[in-house]
Design a protein around this ligand. Structure first.
Ligand code: AMP
Length: 518
């Protein structure tokens, strides 16, 4: 059996690590970097680049340089979040035959799972080079707020890369594990908040750590709030200023768009340490009198005004998580910052204001999740024994009922693994089957939640409405993955469904992806 690696498959950057002796270590990639940009590029010559090399050529090959697929994975093309994300993308996102969001490269549709598999493949290769041995199993991290479909799709991505996924774990939980792994074994009980703002997602979790047991009390967040949104706000500002000054709209020039987008991100990062910085993009467009350059200096305070609506969105999930955990801010001992975006001073100030204490800088925000995943890998293969992780499910899980409502069976923030059931009655006379639609989400309106799949139970004996009773039982395993069983209470007929098959790639799609990945 090969080694088990811990993978942080980030929206912007990814990282891999494993347990060496008793300590988790980050593995550098073939370029010597400890994190790898989550980018894949396809060149006109048919070559494929992953990571830094893909990022380097993005400005000259914008339509074939794919990034941020974590914001598409496990999503329907028509989801509002996808429409919103695709607004400014230089590459094409299309609807595949199942209605899922895929990317299009020169007319060839590719699933976000396949693109992610290329990134995971590079991490796997780095680990194999480091170990001098085969690596075929992993623990993979996902945002705490990922639903079942997104978890399944992430698992498919690792499978396509040749890795068996032993556990899917929540990113903030793993960060807390990396932070407390050594220090908490003998220690007192402490309450930790993990504030995780990455390139595409925002999660906040509250954990109780006691003698090596890490129990998640509550988690909340926003799957569609991250650094990319900040970059978009800066991008729009720069484009607008340029238009006002030069009367040129660059948004139809894909290469110019990509250059400004990169400059926006760089500016954002520079303004984390400097109070003023500038964008200098020579020859960005051609005007009536010749080439026009973008030269714009921006102060940190201007940036902070620009992104204030986004920063404000961070507040509600923090209060929600504290409330769900049954704690107030005075009982929090440590606040950990995870994700590159937490380097922004206004984000740190917001965290400090909300929780009433300075966040801890003891962990590396880019590496903590992967390190935690390696510790969990160590737990699973027996190398680490003194740690127990108890996580929760982030979203309500239930079925669609009359009037587009949701009847919740497993409440959000229930500890996992868990199982729960409810009995439902038929609504029509002589009803011989029931169609159950499984939904997961925050809303009480079924159509606003994610539809995970359907189960049909047939063979119900004809009876007056309300007499036949059907038991719906849901289970959620330690990876947050959902199973469902529907039983006719009279006859004992049952239908068990692994939701895995309902949303994932078809066999044909897996074969096609495998042949391309080879
Ligand atoms: P992650 O998903 O954790 O890799 O976070 C990536 C996000 O963090 C991207 O949006 C980056 O632009 C952002 N980021 C990285 N470094 C900084 C920095 N110094 N200041 C502001 N944002 C940063």
């Amino acid at each position: 059996m090969g080694r088990i690696i811990g993978i942080d498959l980030g929206t912007t950057n990814s990282c891999v690590s494993l347990i060496e002796g008793n300590d988790p270590v980050v593995i550098a990639n073939s370029e010597g970097d400890r994190t790898t940009p989550s980018m894949v590029a396809f060149t006109s010559k048919g070559e494929r680049h992953v990571g830094k090399h893909a990022k380097r050529q993005a400005a000259v090959n914008p339509e074939r340089t794919i990034y941020g697929v974590k914001r598409l994975i496990g999503h329907r093309f028509k989801d509002d979040a996808v429409t919103e994300y695709c607004k400014n993308l230089p590459f094409h996102v299309i609807e595949n035959t199942n209605g899922d969001a895929w990317v299009d490269i020169d007319g060839q549709g590719m699933s976000p799972q396949e693109i992610s598999a290329m990134i995971v493949g590079k991490l796997k290769e780095s680990a194999e080079t480091y170990c001098g041995d085969k690596v075929d199993q992993c623990v993979v991290a996902v945002p705490a707020y990922f639903n079942d479909a997104q978890r399944q799709a992430t698992r498919d991505a690792c499978r396509l890369a040749g890795l068996k996924v032993l556990r899917i774990m929540n990113e903030p939980t793993l960060a807390a594990l990396a932070f407390g792994y050594k220090s908490n074994v003998e220690g007192k009980t402490s309450n930790i908040v993990v504030f995780d703002l990455g390139g595409g997602t925002f999660d906040v979790s509250v954990l109780e750590c006691r003698c090596g047991t890490f129990r998640v009390l509550a988690t909340a967040g926003n799957n569609h709030l991250g650094g990319n949104d900040f970059d978009d706000a800066i991008f729009e500002y720069l484009v607008k200023q340029f238009k006002e000054e030069n009367n040129i709209d660059i948004t139809s020039d894909k290469m110019a768009v990509q250059r400004v987008r990169e400059a926006a991100e760089t500016l954002k990062c520079e303004l984390s340490t400097m109070s003023e910085s500038s964008v200098n993009l020579p020859f960005l467009a051609i005007g009536e009198t010749g080439p026009v350059h973008m030269m714009q200096s921006v102060e940190r305070s201007e940036l902070e005004t620009l992104v204030k609506p986004l920063v404000d969105k961070l507040e509600a999930p923090c209060h929600d998580a504290l409330e769900q955990a049954g704690l107030d801010k005075n009982s929090i001992d440590d606040v950990l910052l995870v994700g590159g975006m937490t380097r922004m001073p206004c984000v740190q100030a917001t965290v400090e204001r909300i929780f009433g204490k300075k966040p801890s800088h003891n962990i590396n925000p880019d590496e903590a999740v992967a390190l935690g995943a390696a510790v969990q890998a160590g737990v699973l293969d027996g190398e680490v024994s003194e740690v127990v992780l108890l996580d929760v499910t982030p979203l309500n899980l239930g079925i669609k009922t009359k009037g587009d409502r949701v009847s919740t069976i497993i409440e959000r923030n229930s500890s996992i693994p868990t199982k729960a059931s409810k009995v439902f009655a038929t609504t029509q006379d002589d009803q011989t089957y029931v169609d159950i639609t499984i939904v997961q989400g925050d809303s009480e309106i079924a159509s606003q939640c994610t539809r995970l799949g359907e189960v049909k139970l047939t063979g119900i004996p004809p009876m007056p409405a309300g007499h036949a009773r059907v038991l719906v039982e849901f289970s959620i395993d330690a990876s947050g993955v959902v199973g469902v069983c529907v039983v006719d209470k009279q006859t004992g007929t049952r239908e068990t469904k692994n939701i895995e098959n309902a949303m994932g790639l078809s066999n044909d799609e897996i074969v096609a992806a495998n042949s391309r990945l080879r």
